[in-house]
Each structure stands twice: as structure tokens, then as C-alpha cells.
Design a protein around this ligand. Structure first.
Ligand code: SAM
Length: 262
């Protein structure tokens, strides 16, 4: 419906089209320059975080994965097991399509090649795709506005919780965002890492013809919420990058570590 703005989990389940999302924001070869710059910013930060000497361990849980895998391409070299999650069944189905190499699965090869180039060998992209497919062991439903966020699923405490561009969509106000971050910290082992990227000054974004909104966050609000969830901010890298298909003011990439007493 024209003029309607969609918000939060249930709207995502009914209105969010994974293919529209992927072709708008993850068309690395022929999409808008702005979106391409944002993908490169994300991949560079993830590469630095998960490369040798960086964040690593047994279990990584990605929260609000959506239909995307780019956020896991460096992490799959640093973790033995990755659990992907999302609120909407259609996003989980799109992920499964890629994981199982089904016909019609989204083609991530240009983005995978870019990550392999960052890691030093562009030619090993098919090996990396195979590695990621082996490393993702579970695809689960989650709702970050509910406790526990993963419902009745039994999962081990994670060495890393990753969440990219999802919390500001799932949460409609700052209190809900803060509570959701505490739920994510609950999934972490003491000493585990929270790695997140958030859109700052977020108003809305387009998914095909549909407009979605969420909570408008500032850098200080994000850092405070991370700290109040019991995590120490180790890195905060903000950039004034803007999407062509979204209203926002920039991006904020954070690496934080859960305290041993938290
Ligand atoms: C903008 S997409 C981000 C997808 C992906 N992480 C990325 O980096 O492109 C926002 C995601 O948040 C998910 N989401 C919405 N409400 C949620 C909730 N209550 N709990 C968990 N995820 C939710 C949506 O289904 C959607 O996949």
C-alpha cells in the first residue's frame, strides 16, 4: 500500500521480500555505488576483526541474518561452528537455498571474491564458499524482542555474537533496543565478543516498493547500550556512509567484549 511504513518482526514476516532486499543492497557488480561502498566498509571491518590474531573460537551466533551470508565470510575461517538466525521464514528459506546450493540461490560470488582478495588470494573463493557451507550448522528462528531470543532452541554459549543491520530494524524504540542487546549478551560466554554494525540516524529503507523503518540511534546511544549489556567497547568505527535506498546518517561498526562477571 502506498505511503505505508512497515515496522518490526510481524511486518517483516508478511511484507519483507528477500530477493528485493538482496538485489537492492547486495548487487556488488552493477548496483548503486553507495551500496557497494557500504558492503566494502562492512567486509573490511569484518576481515580486520576475524583475521589472524583477532576474534575467534568455537561457536558464533549471527542474529537477524536476513537472507545474507556476506557477514560470515571472514568469520567462517575463525569459528568451528556458525549458527544463523532470523525472524522471518522466507529469509531462513533463502539462506537454506544458498547453503544447500539449490537452483535459484542468490549469487554471492563477487562478494566472496572480494573477501578472498582482502585475505590474500582471490582465486580461493569456491573453497571459501564450501568452508562457509560446512561451518553453518544450524538455521534458527529468533526474535530479539522476546526472552530468550532463540525460543526453546538449545544452543551452547557463544564465543561471538554477530549482528549486522538488524537490531535497529527489529526494535522500534531505544528501550527495546537496549533490552535486545542484553538478550544478545546473554547468549555470550564471559569474555566472548559482540560484533555489530548499526545504521546511525536511521529513518527508513526501501525493500522493493515497500518502506520499512525502525529505531533512530546515535553512536553514543549504541555504545551506552553495549556497555550496559555488560560489554566493554574495544573498537568503534563510524563512517558517514549513506545508502541510496535508505534514509540514514552513517554506519557504526563495534567490537565489544563481555566482562567476566557479566
Ligand atoms: C535490514 S535486514 C538485515 C539483514 C542482514 N543481517 C544484513 O546485514 O543485510 C533486517 C533483518 O532483521 C530481521 N528482524 C526483524 N525483526 C526481528 C526480530 N524481532 N528479531 C530478529 N530479527 C528480526 C528481519 O527479518 C531482517 O532479516
Amino acid at each position: 500500500m502506498e505511503g505505508k511504513v512497515y515496522k518490526g518482526g510481524e511486518d517483516y514476516e508478511q511484507e519483507f521480500d528477500p530477493r528485493d532486499y538482496l538485489t537492492t543492497y547486495y548487487n556488488f557488480d552493477s548496483g548503486p555505488v553507495a551500496e557497494k561502498e557500504i558492503i566494502k566498509f562492512s567486509l573490511q571491518n569484518l576481515f580486520q576483526t576475524f583475521s589472524a590474531g583477532g576474534v575467534r573460537g568455537n561457536v558464533l551466533i549471527d542474529i537477524g541474518s536476513g537472507p545474507t551470508i556476506y557477514q560470515l565470510l571472514s568469520a567462517c575461517e575463525a569459528f568451528r561452528e556458525i549458527i544463523v538466525t532470523d525472524y522471518t521464514p522466507q529469509n531462513l528459506q533463502e539462506l537454506q537455498k544458498w547453503l544447500k546450493k539449490e537452483p535459484g540461490a542468490y549469487d554471492w560470488s563477487s562478494i566472496v571474491q572480494h573477501v578472498c582478495e582482502l585475505e590474500g588470494d582471490r582465486s580461493r573463493w569456491q573453497e571459501k564458499e564450501a568452508k562457509l557451507r560446512r561451518t553453518v550448522t544450524r538455521v534458527l528462528k529468533c526474535d530479539v524482542t522476546k526472552s530468550p531470543a532463540l525460543g526453546s532452541a538449545q544452543v551452547p554459549l557463544a564465543d561471538c555474537v554477530l549482528t549486522f543491520l538488524a537490531m535497529e530494524c527489529a526494535c522500534l524504540d531505544v528501550d527495546t533496543y537496549r533490552a535486545a542487546l542484553r538478550r544478545l549478551a546473554d547468549l555470550l560466554k564471559p569474555g566472548g565478543h559482540l560484533v555489530t554494525m548499526v545504521t546511525l540516524g536511521f529513518q527508513s529503507y526501501m525493500v522493493g516498493p515497500k518502506k520499512f523503518s525502525g529505531v533512530c540511534l546515535e553512536k553514543e546511544t549504541v555504545e551506552k547500550a553495549v556497555q550496559d549489556a555488560g560489554c566493554q567497547v574495544l573498537k568503534c568505527n563510524c563512517a558517514p556512509l549513506k545508502y541510496s535506498q535508505a534514509c540514514c546518517e552513517g554506519l557504526c561498526f563495534i567490537v565489544a567484549r563481555k566482562g567476566s562477571g557479566a
